[in-house]
Write a protein that binds this ligand. Structure first.
Ligand SMILES: *[C@@H]1O[C@H](CO)[C@@H](O)[C@H](O)[C@H]1NC(C)=O
Ligand SMILES: *[C@@H]1O[C@H](CO)[C@@H](O)[C@H](O)[C@H]1NC(C)=O
Ligand SMILES: *[C@@H]1O[C@H](CO)[C@@H](O)[C@H](O)[C@H]1NC(C)=O
Ligand SMILES: *[C@@H]1O[C@H](CO)[C@@H](O)[C@H](O)[C@H]1NC(C)=O
Ligand SMILES: *[C@@H]1O[C@H](CO)[C@@H](O)[C@H](O)[C@H]1NC(C)=O
Length: 366
């Protein structure tokens, strides 16, 4: 049972990271910038719909969007784009079976490998406006998203905001850089997305639901072994993520200041992934809630581990008073995962039960 659960979990985890659901008012076409490498879900009302991809050139014949390898349509009509690259930049249209357009998205997936990160508390400046010499007085600048919530509450945390590259001509509406430049082959160094970070402190608002987190006991570490990547379930660059090692916060400030740090938060995933070099207890929080704890296992512990497993306690341990909810969560998860695996609907994984709290944030674009 535990083995099956673990197998299902490892199978499901890579795709269960939260993707940003995006909604565009019906019958309109939205234009927006997003980041490459981070999954998104384009919403379209109605189950009987077809999605078409037009690429950069709307004159071309559209493709069936689901025929693109990293794109799939979910049963509710949404379009899931996994690990998008700049090649996914272009126009997406959702049509009902009569061919009437329901909604459309013109999306610029900006290259996250070019992400420019600045930390206010390290006196790092964000990028400045620049003019492009294309002959129309174009200005390249960064359009900032709102600040995300503080990554932690009741103790010091950090908050981040994402900034997207836009180009504005005088008297014209700004256009995301990738859509503006289209197939232009010229390289512009200023054309890149940004992330800005600053320290923050917030009181905890309301009762945290708490309790339903998952403990991973399988992360193996020996003296001198290779670094390992830990992935925080449900985390995403679009949400606040916080890591702790042995109860000490891991901060962008330390990482960016070039001090020696014993771990490395992957900027390309906004900290969803942590590279670790030492055995320790690592915990991750998403939107200020504890989501997972990673305990190292020592090969010498393996024997004891297998004894424990044969006694049926398995690879997870529970905190006092939390046993019930974790068990309930795991059962529910197993059920969900089995259903999903059978139905081939991995894109819909509900990783843990949410108690009366809406987790998903929806980005409404105008
Ligand atoms: C989707 O459809 C439902 C009912 O059919 C409607 O209430 C809702 O407002 C629609 N949502 C959007 C974003 O159009
Ligand atoms: C688009 O492709 C998917 C998968 O290849 C297929 O299931 C679907 O029927 C196609 N839709 C259209 C309108 O051709
Ligand atoms: C498609 O068109 C038919 C006939 O015009 C209409 O009865 C039906 O409601 C339409 N379906 C949708 C999904 O709009
Ligand atoms: C940069 O350009 C944008 C768009 O033209 C403008 O709104 C903003 O004020 C400019 N920022 C600075 C510092 O000039
Ligand atoms: C974490 O704690 C363990 C046990 O106390 C210790 O061996 C390890 O070096 C600590 N690791 C870090 C990175 O602080």
């Amino acid at each position: 049972m535990i083995t099956i659960l673990w197998a299902l979990l490892s199978l499901a985890l890579p795709v269960s990271g939260l993707r940003l659901p995006i909604r565009c008012p019906q019958a309109r076409e939205c234009q927006l910038a997003l980041l490459s490498n981070n999954d998104v879900l384009l919403e379209c009302n109605g189950s009987e719909v077809d999605w078409f991809f037009f690429g950069m050139n709307t004159d071309e014949e559209p493709f069936n969007a689901s025929s693109i390898s990293n794109i799939q349509q979910n049963p509710e009509g949404g379009l899931l784009i996994q690990n998008p690259s700049f090649l996914n930049t272009g126009l997406y249209r959702c049509r009902d079976r009569n061919g009437t357009q329901v909604t459309g998205y013109k999306i610029d997936f900006q290259d996250i490998t070019n992400l420019y990160i600045s930390h206010i508390d390290l006196d790092q400046e964000p990028l400045k406006n620049e003019t492009l010499s294309l002959g129309h007085g174009e200005v390249v600048y960064t359009q900032w998203e709102p600040w995300q919530r503080c990554s932690n509450c009741a103790s010091p945390g950090e908050r981040k905001r994402l900034g997207f590259c836009y180009i504005k001509e005088p008297l014209e509406e700004p256009v995301p850089c990738g859509l503006y430049l289209g197939d232009t082959k010229t390289f512009f160094a200023r054309v890149r997305p940004e992330m800005q970070v600053e320290a923050c402190y917030e009181m905890c608002r309301g009762a945290l639901t708490g309790g339903d987190y998952v403990i991973f006991d399988n992360f193996r570490f020996t003296e001198g072994s290779e670094p390992t990547w830990l992935t925080c379930p449900l985390a995403s660059i679009y949400r606040p993520v916080h890591w702790e090692v042995n109860d000490t916060a891991i901060t962008w400030q330390n990482q960016l200041s070039g001090e020696y740090v014993s771990s490395f938060m992957d900027p390309l995933s906004g900290g969803q992934q942590l590279k670790v070099f030492q055995p320790a207890i690592y915990r991750c929080f998403v939107e200020q809630e504890l989501i997972a704890q990673f305990n190292p296992t020592d090969p010498e512990d393996e024997l004891r581990e297998s004894e424990r497993q044969s006694k049926g306690q398995g690879w997870f341990r529970t905190q006092p008073g939390k046993a019930d909810s974790v068990l309930r969560g795991l059962k529910l998860m197993l059920l969900t995962l089995s259903l999903l695996v059978v139905g081939g609907l991995l894109c819909k994984v509900v990783f843990r039960p949410v108690r009366g709290k809406k987790r998903n944030q929806v980005l409404l674009v105008k």
